[in-house]
Design a protein around this ligand. Structure first.
Ligand SMILES: [Cu+2]
Length: 266
């Protein structure tokens, strides 16, 4: 019981922290003792976080607390000492109607924001261009089919090669570079086994499947910066050593980068 209470207060703290969090944490590093989801960097992630933080989490906490109170009360009120002669009642029509109808109503209410969110994750935007993301054991390849088929591999920087300011197990040699405020079509596939390209701040978590091309909309990112993610599908030995780093830059910086990248990777 103490554990459940602890968990409940922990979840409450998470929900409060989530609600109080300001937008200053864009592209922020993980903080010590941080709980909850990172702030969304685009409209989709903000929507997903709101569904979790403002609707699902409070609902889960309320139901857990309600059931806990019922259980504690039942154990106390109907113990052998206080209730030596148990009732023979087995049915209570009204109670059965209530415990069927209330969950149906809760699910009915959840259905609307749930479908709205699901629809948003699949929505087709007015894409500026396409980026193809390929999972490999154990690195990522990025291709820009609309920019002269520019393509390159993105490997984690080994611990021994880290320069000051670079993050262990997070920074890569060639991050994916994209412009701010631009809707981009992301396509996913893999060369060997299942991987998963997951960046929480973008609201994206998509399996890369060998022999299959999946798609997801990248909603415009409003704040330039470096965003991180991880392969989130167990893909073998070095699964934890294929991080994702995405550099979001201004549109001018992106055009400049394209020129250098085309020269560098051709
Ligand atoms: Cu992987």
């Amino acid at each position: 019981m103490i554990n459940i209470l602890k968990l409940t207060s922990l979840s409450l703290a998470t929900a409060t922290a989530g609600l109080l969090a300001t937008s200053s944490a864009f592209a922020a590093d993980p903080q010590p003792k941080q709980l909850g989801l990172p702030d969304g960097a685009n409209d989709l992630a903000v929507m997903l976080n709101a569904f979790h933080d403002d609707i699902l989490l409070p609902l889960c906490i309320a139901i857990s607390v309600f059931v806990l109170i019922l259980m504690v009360y039942t154990c106390w009120r109907f113990s052998e000492k206080r209730n030596p002669t148990p009732s023979k009642t087995t049915h209570h029509t009204m109670l059965e109607v209530v415990w069927t109808v209330v969950p149906v109503l809760i699910l009915g209410v959840l259905f609307i924001p749930s479908m709205r969110t699901l629809y948003a994750t699949e929505k087709s935007l007015d894409y500026a261009f396409t980026v193809k993301i390929v999972g490999n054991q154990w690195y990522w390849s990025y291709e820009y089919p609309d920019h002269d088929n520019l393509g390159f591999d993105s490997y984690m920087i080994a611990e021994a090669d880290l320069k000051p300011g670079q993050k262990r197990l997070m920074d890569v040699d060639n991050p994916l570079v994209i412009p701010e405020d631009t809707p981009i079509l992301l396509q996913f596939t893999a060369n060997d086994v299942l991987h998963n390209w997951s960046v929480s701040e973008f609201g994206i978590r998509v399996d890369t499947v060998p022999g299959q091309l999946s798609e997801a909309p990248l909603y415009p990112i409003h704040e330039p910066g470096t965003y991180y993610g991880f392969c989130s599908e167990l893909c073998g030995d070095l699964h934890s050593y294929m991080p994702i780093a995405v550099k979001v830059v201004t549109k001018d910086e992106f055009s400049d980068w394209l020129k250098t990248a085309k020269a560098q990777f051709s």
